[in-house]
Write a protein that binds this ligand. Structure first.
Ligand code: FAQ
Length: 300
């Protein structure tokens, strides 16, 4: 089925390891969306205008929606979202490394939109052709929304870059801080990516981590030029023969530290998430009680 490029659907037979890989990746992806609301949520009350605030609020709400689609996609594989959240809260499932960095200025909203959503799109467009139907279909709408997110980030940065010298410097500083962590979003290099070979054979992943990272760099360099901003990589150069922008070494030690919980905001992100979950317990209880009442009424 997979070899014939057909979709696997929830009721089809599938190898247990295929199911487990999908649960792992889709859960991590869902967790990333909801944890990813925090760095931007930090700026909702401080957006520089009502228009910017409304746009940012809509973006953060989209991310909550993406989380919900993805938890639903994971549930088609026989797991419960409450279980997945427990694993996240216990630090036993990951979320994207990128959300462990702080958002220090308003320009960070631009850099996240342009670079983080940009990287997410490059990574996720191939997942619309992933072998597992519910995940592939969830990605279609998510990618459309990410595309709007990326454009708004580019526009925020363009505005700042062409503003006062202070605003330009703020935009440049944000790009300097977010560039390398964005490249890390694509995961470890191919020769140190334990899951890639199998996930590619199963057509969960269509391209390797390094292939997608290169695609992102090739896209970002001309966009940075259009923004009037530079990328913080002295080794960046155009390779005429290969038709690619070559980039300098990535600090994989930093990536490893962030993954093992030692990034600048890991503890804060998880604490906030657990607190929000506990504070929201009454909503889940009320919704369950209401659903039970409706079901009892329908039976009567
Ligand atoms: N961060 O063998 P591989 C967004 C882990 S976009 C943390 O290469 P794989 C939108 C990996 O899980 C961000 N962990 O693994 C947004 C594995 O650990 P495990 C979310 C990472 O799965 C924008 C180990 O390292 N997008 O949220 C990272 O084949 C703005 C070995 O790695 C997705 O999740 C990392 N960066 O490839 C929201 C996309 N990289 O599980 C708000 C779907 C690797 O064995 C604001 N996911 N690891 O313990 C994927 O495409 C893949 O899972 C990869 C990793 C490419 C991330």
């Amino acid at each position: 089925m997979v070899a014939a490029d057909e979709r696997v659907e929830p009721r089809d037979w599938m190898p247990e390891a295929y199911r487990r890989t999908l649960v792992r990746q889709i859960a991590q992806h869902a967790h990333s969306e909801i944890i990813g609301m925090q760095p931007e949520g930090n700026w909702v009350t401080r957006a520089p205008s009502l228009r910017r605030k409304a746009i940012l609020l809509a973006k953060v709400q989209d991310e909550a929606g993406h989380g919900l689609y993805l938890y639903s996609a994971a549930e088609t594989l026989g797991v419960d979202r409450a279980e997945l959240l427990d694993l996240l809260h216990a630090g036993r499932q990951k979320y994207s490394s990128i959300f462990n960095y702080p958002t220090l200025t308003w320009a960070d909203m631009g850099a996240i939109g342009w670079l983080v959503d940009g990287a997410a799109i490059v990574n996720q467009v191939p997942i619309t052709r992933c072998s597992y139907g519910p995940y592939a279909r969830a990605m279609v709408r998510i990618c459309k929304e990410e595309s709007f997110h990326q454009r708004q980030g580019f526009e925020v940065l363009h505005h700042l870059s062409h503003g006062t010298p202070e605003q330009h410097a703020m935009a440049q500083d944000a790009v300097d801080r977010w560039w390398w962590p964005s490249l890390m979003m694509f995961g470890p290099p191919d020769d140190r990516s334990p899951n890639s070979a199998r996930s590619m054979a199963w057509r969960i992943k269509r391209f390797s981590n390094d292939e997608l990272r290169q695609r992102f760099v090739d896209m970002a360099v001309p966009q940075a030029q259009a923004l009037g901003l530079t990328l913080p990589d002295p080794d960046l150069r155009w390779d005429e023969e290969a038709g690619h922008w070559r980039y300098g070494p990535i600090d994989w030690d930093e990536f490893a530290r962030v993954l093992t919980g030692d990034g600048p905001c890991n503890a804060q992100r998880l604490e906030h998430r657990v607190r929000a979950h506990e504070d929201g317990a009454w909503v889940r209880e009320a919704a369950t009680a209401y659903a039970q009442k409706q079901a009892a009424r329908a039976r009567a």
